[in-house]
Design a protein around this ligand. Structure first.
Ligand SMILES: Cc1cc2nc3c(=O)[nH]c(=O)nc-3n(C[C@H](O)[C@H](O)[C@H](O)COP(=O)(O)OP(=O)(O)OC[C@H]3O[C@@H](n4cnc5c(N)ncnc54)[C@H](O)[C@@H]3O)c2cc1C
Length: 542
């Protein structure tokens, strides 16, 4: 991966994309693969905002059936299957257990109806390219079977459970990066740490943007007939910087957090409904448990958002009330959160509102040349991009072409049979631990060979840096091949070393020292990087 500036600055593109979350990455991939000249600018790191804050699900969303959102659920289920096909190393079937109770809200009959409907809407779930990705039909379990299958289920009033399948995305940050890499493969120019600071207005139209490169500390004027605002929770801020009239665009935001704890469930994502009618899930992830999420109004600037102790304690209360577990604050090993942008009619009771994405042609706001996108779900981003592309084609007077992103493997995911691929890695890399092979094979796909080669050339790089087999070579790969510039990029988005909390002093020092050597940091810079990362790793104090 090369930053756009390293390739020589181009001043003209067909499309400029603001934001390198999953929405921007998908739009860039779709547009570039359809032959357009694309530039994408991300003010932080790729996929570092909402796209890193997910429950890590690629799912239809059983709960949306309650709101009769059949279109959203069907679209999501279709995209779930497509992502299983095009990103087989990242997306895996995961069984979900929904316990039923004697009360009306969690009644067996209601759930059974939902299950039947969900099964009908996912009629094509067996048509995956890789047989290991086929999702079974749901089944109902007796109370006794539930008790032995998952000890975390609360037994008081329990009547049984249903088990159905959705998918887990094991590393959403790297999946977003795979979309970015796929866009690059088709010629897109991309840059992280490049902020769009203002817009170029000509003849009452938006004709491009001014970009500040935060790495080189330089500013550039980049022109294109169309700019797509994919700024997630910052969409209104970006829109306001484009709008020179008195119109002010305001969106509401809601926070969702997750916590990671030692393993509390067996193999299911156990889903329960809280007193307030919100669903929370306790699921297995990397030999730990991932628990979330919440939905709470957030009124501050999205740049200042961080998880608070209060939000973590509220989630812990929900867990203790609804599962057979007794969690304390000290049991939390890591926490992360993000913001959902809510469109105008979504300000009340945000949990009940639709997660459908929205695409606005801002010509209606006298901002012709600008399109604003609000992503609803990570799962449906590729389809969002197809619909954005239709609008791009209309505005640029192009004929809409057939998408290739539906069938083509993402960059690094060219793996027709994931289990066979992993088996072959075990044969080829006998000198590595079985855990490293599993981890690298799944999280780096076909790029894992380059990491194994690095570690073979320099034995120091074969040192383990996480409990599930990560090795130091990934740090070098991140810096030299994946545009990682900060310790936070390395620990949380290229590798998963930090996403299980503080890895211990020995590993932490090893990673920091090697990153510092690769990136030529002086002591000041190194200490600043450590400080930023420790704020993310430590549990919030307030
Ligand atoms: C708690 C929570 C859990 C979720 N769980 C799931 C789930 O399990 N499955 C699922 O399908 N969906 C889930 N979602 C929804 C999903 O995360 C979002 O739909 C998706 O991540 C939105 O992506 P995005 O690219 O639109 O936004 P973001 O990922 O926020 O990206 C926007 C980017 O724009 C950049 N930006 C902003 N301003 C500028 C500027 N001026 N110049 C350059 N760049 C700029 C930002 O830095 C940011 O990186 C969840 C959401 C939340 C909040």
């Amino acid at each position: 991966m090369e930053r756009y500036v390293d390739k020589g600055i181009k001043k003209y593109y067909d499309v400029i994309i603001i934001g390198g979350g999953i929405s921007g990455a998908s739009v860039a991939y779709e547009a570039a693969s359809q032959g357009l000249k694309v530039a994408l600018f991300e003010k932080g790191d790729f996929g570092a905002a909402t796209s890193a804050a997910t429950t890590k699900l690629i799912h239809g969303g059983l709960r949306y059936l309650k709101n009769l959102e059949f279109g959203l659920v069907r679209e999501s289920l279709m995209e779930r299957r497509i992502l299983e096909n095009i990103a087989p190393n990242f997306v895996y079937p995961l069984p979900f257990m929904v316990p039923t109770y004697k009360n009306f809200k969690n009644n067996k009959q209601i759930l059974l109806t939902g299950m039947l409907l969900y099964d009908v809407l996912s009629f094509d779930k067996g048509f995956t390219k890789d047989k290991s990705k086929k999702l079974p039909h749901f089944k109902m379990l007796s109370k006794e079977k539930v008790k032995t299958a998952e000890e975390c289920v609360k037994v008081k009033g329990l009547t049984g459970a249903s088990v159905y399948y959705d998918c887990q995305s094991i590393f959403p940050e790297r999946l977003t990066l795979a979309f970015i890499k796929s866009a690059i493969k088709y010629g897109a120019d991309v840059a992280n740490y490049s902020k769009v600071t203002s817009f170029i207005h000509e003849n009452n139209m938006i004709k491009g943007v001014n970009v500040k490169d935060l790495i080189l500390e330089k500013e550039y004027e980049i022109k294109a007939p169309l700019t797509i605002n994919c700024a997630g929770p910052w969409v209104d801020i970006v829109l306001n910087s484009a709008d020179i009239s008195d119109n002010k665009h305001i969106i509401q935001r809601s926070e969702g957090i997750h916590i990671i704890t030692k393993k509390l469930c067996n193999k299911h994502s156990v889903t329960v409904m809280t007193k307030s009618g919100r669903h929370i899930m306790l699921m297995p992830w990397r030999n730990y448990s991932l628990i979330g999420t919440t939905d709470k109004e957030y009124n501050g600037n999205p740049d200042n958002y961080k998880v608070t102790k209060e939000s973590v304690l509220e989630l812990i209360d929900d867990v203790n009330e609804n599962y057979n577990v007794k969690l304390k604050y000290e049991d939390v090993i890591f926490t992360y959160g993000g913001l959902r942008p809510l469109v105008d009619d979504q300000t009340e009771g945000s949990y009940e509102t639709s997660r459908k994405y929205e695409i606005f042609d801002n010509a209606k706001d006298k901002l012709d040349g600008l399109i604003t996108v609000e992503g609803g779900k990570y799962t449906t981003s590729r389809q969002l991009a197809i619909n954005v592309q239709k609008l791009i084609d209309k505005k640029l007077h192009r004929k809409n072409k057939r998408t290739i992103t539906r069938n083509e493997f993402l960059a690094g995911s060219e793996i027709p049979d994931i289990e066979k691929f992993i088996d072959e890695l075990h044969v080829e890399y006998k000198d590595f631990s079985s855990q490293s092979i599993e981890y690298l094979g799944r999280n780096y796909g076909t790029e894992c060979h380059k990491i194994f080669e690095l570690a073979r050339k320099n034995k120091k790089l074969n040192e383990l840096v996480s409990a599930d087999g990560e090795i130091l070579a990934e740090v070098e790969y991140a810096v030299k091949n994946e545009m990682a510039f900060t310790l936070s990029d390395i620990l949380f988005r290229r590798t998963g070393i930090g996403t299980l909390g503080y890895p211990g002093k020995e590993i932490f020092d090893k990673v920091v020292n090697y990153a510092s050597e690769l990136l030529n940091w002086d002591d000041n810079r190194k200490n600043r990087e450590i400080e930023i990362v420790m704020q993310i790793l430590e549990l919030p104090k307030e």
